[in-house]
Ligand binder design. Sequence first.
Ligand SMILES: Nc1ncnc2c1ncn2[C@@H]1O[C@H](COP(=O)(O)OP(=O)(O)OP(=O)(O)O)[C@@H](O)[C@H]1O
Ligand SMILES: [Mg+2]
Length: 225
Amino acid sequence: MIKFDNVTKTYGNVTALKDLTLEIHKGEFVSLVGQSGAGKSTLIRLIIGEERPDTGRILIDDIDVAHIRRADIPYLRRKIGVVFQDIKLLPNRTAYENVAFAMEVAEDKNPTVKREVPKILELVGLAEKADSFPNEMSGGEKQRVAIARALAHKPVLLLADEPTGNLDSINAWDIIQLLIKINKTGTTVILATHAKDLVNSIKKRVVTIEKGQIVYDQEKGKYVL
Ligand SMILES: Nc1ncnc2c1ncn2[C@@H]1O[C@H](COP(=O)(O)OP(=O)(O)OP(=O)(O)O)[C@@H](O)[C@H]1O
Ligand SMILES: [Mg+2]
């Protein structure tokens, strides 16, 4: 489903990713770990077409993201849900409205929205917070709304960039459990984080990046370099 072939990405004279090759299959749960500046967020930005590689090829299903036309990016984004560390919910909208807003059918009286939003809030464990505003929710709850919002258009791929960064360890673990649950429904999940302890307890594939290169891929069980 995702294929990076010898991808290099530089920002000026900084090499963020160096000749990186990586394949992720449909339905996998992959944790991407590495120190600050290793290149995790860059890899995620390349997947969603927010950045372009200098060289190499990136395929998401049949889409060549390295050469995607701007006009085709919305089509790509429809396949992908993204969650970031800084949550950015709409402050004057309830949990329900934040999720409804992310559904492309927008209008919240639409029967699809009325049927689907409660299901998604239920999935993330926030059914009873549907009418709460962001300032009435905890950090963990807000992150759940952000995940619900990312799931609103039923993505086949969920990208989570440091989603637990602002949470205490209990809330962080709850978010990880939620990502695992979402993965079990068939959604491919990529989790970028420097929380190695958290990742080790997930017991799924772990790809370690250092200075823009993959130095360890736990699933293959061997050092690449
Ligand atoms: N827009 C940019 N302009 C210039 N340099 C950038 C830009 N974005 C990232 N970089 C650099 O590219 C390298 C990789 O950054 P990236 O954000 O991908 O790392 P990261 O692994 O996500 O780090 P963190 O754990 O701190 O989020 C770093 O050296 C960073 O300073
Ligand atoms: Mg980052």
